[in-house]
Design a protein around this ligand. Structure first.
Ligand SMILES: [Zn+2]
Length: 390
């Protein structure tokens, strides 16, 4: 009998250790069907060859449908502006996406939205902070040269400077002034609305570095949802890497700012060798957890020095085909629709039943090999204790 008490005590200790994760896993709603979305970042301002890439991606996505006849969606995290080569030394001078020279890029975005294969999300006015970049330029001739090119690609900037919401002109980065954040976040929302004729529903912080002031300003300006990696980075460390703030997010979480959080923590970058099997593995894991698969991918797969355009198209096509075959009820929706479903708590996309929640719980909790080993050990000890008692 003492063995059984001992086993129960060990179970209680184990549950106590994971109580926060347990509460978070239990609170997160479950999906009714598998969901897969491609999350394409960094489109918009930049090289004109984006227009051809966007047309080809739209064509590839249009070739597939789910059981409801919806096409797979690639969200486009849009960058609205970048340096003006005619005024390279003016920190705030910029060319916006509705400049006549970028009309072919904008037209392909709009065409893809009309076809139901693209969904536009706010990634930022620029993929950097103009005043911070200007400070960094004063120290670095290579940065000044970058700013003098016609439509330079922000992927070529040093990673810390691609973070818009911290001052990484020197490392470790410093916090930005709150009023500066509010005015820039508000301005980028209104610029998005001017260019596309609709408010941005979803925002994606560049490099996933942001803070409460950014969130609150976006929400006040009309943004409804926030794409996160499941946690928040607020600055860059001395080594230039994002520093974890300890703030966690889950799908459907109503943030203090009022935004609805989504979690994007899987990647599909064909230039890095990612192929259908990787995407299918991620989809299986996410479906077991009754969570959506948001696959981060970048325009650099299709455009720029390292791009492998045809390979990337083929990799997306084969993943969609494989996912449709393996999951007949797979749903293709936008992140905006997903966020609205979480916020509304409806039952078309969500399953509020107890069986779904109980089924998802082990997959949501047993995310590391260590936890699986502990569970196995507890099960063995419990069986041993029961056997001794019987
Ligand atoms: Zn980006």
């Amino acid at each position: 009998m003492y063995g059984l008490y001992g086993a129960l005590l060990l179970w209680a200790v184990a549950l106590y250790c994971v109580r926060r994760d347990f509460a978070r896993a239990w609170a997160e709603p479950c999906l009714r069907h598998p969901v897969m979305v491609f999350e394409g970042d960094d489109w918009g301002y930049g090289p004109l060859e984006q227009a051809d890439a966007l047309r080809d991606i739209a064509r590839a996505l249009s070739a597939h449908t789910d059981a409801q006849g919806r096409h797979p969606v690639m969200t486009l995290g849009v960058i609205l502006a970048g340096p003006d080569e005619a005024r390279p030394d003016e920190a705030e001078a910029c060319v916006a996406l509705d400049d006549a020279r970028l009309a072919p890029v904008l037209a392909e975005m709009r065409t893809g939205v009309a076809r139901g294969v693209f969904s536009l999300q706010l990634h930022g006015m620029q993929h950097y902070h103009p005043a911070v970049l200007d400070k960094a330029c004063a120290q670095d001739p290579a940065l000044r040269a970058w700013r003098r090119q016609p439509f330079p690609a922000t992927e070529d900037l040093p990673s810390p400077l691609q973070s818009r919401w911290t001052d990484a002109s020197s490392l470790p980065s410093q916090a930005l002034d709150g009023t500066d954040i509010v005015s820039r976040a508000t301005a980028e929302v209104s610029t998005f609305a001017r260019i596309f004729g609709v408010m941005p529903a979803v925002a994606v912080p560049p490099t996933f570095v942001w803070n409460d002031a950014v969130e609150t300003a976006w929400a006040a300006a009309g943004v409804r949802a926030l794409v996160t990696p499941g946690e928040r980075y607020e600055r860059r460390g001395a080594d230039g890497m994002p520093v974890d703030s300890g703030r966690l997010y889950r799908n459907g979480q109503r943030c203090a700012s009022g935004l609805t959080a989504l979690v994007r923590d899987d990647y599909y970058e064909p230039v890095r060798g990612h192929r259908a099997d990787r995407g299918l593995e991620a989809l299986a894991r996410k479906w077991a957890q009754r969570r959506p698969l948001l696959l981060e991918t970048h325009r650099s797969n299709f455009v720029g020095r390292h791009a492998r355009h045809q390979d990337s198209l083929a990799a997306i096509d084969s993943l969609i085909a494989g996912a449709r075959k393996r999951y007949p009820t797979l749903c293709f929706v936008s992140v905006e629709a997903l966020a609205d479903a979480y916020a509304a708590g409806g039952s078309v996309l969500l399953d509020h039943g107890l069986p779904a929640r109980l089924r998802a719980l082990p997959s949501r909790l047993l995310t590391t090999g260590r936890r699986r080993k502990v569970l196995l050990l507890l099960c063995v000890l419990t069986a041993f204790a029961v056997a001794l008692t019987a």
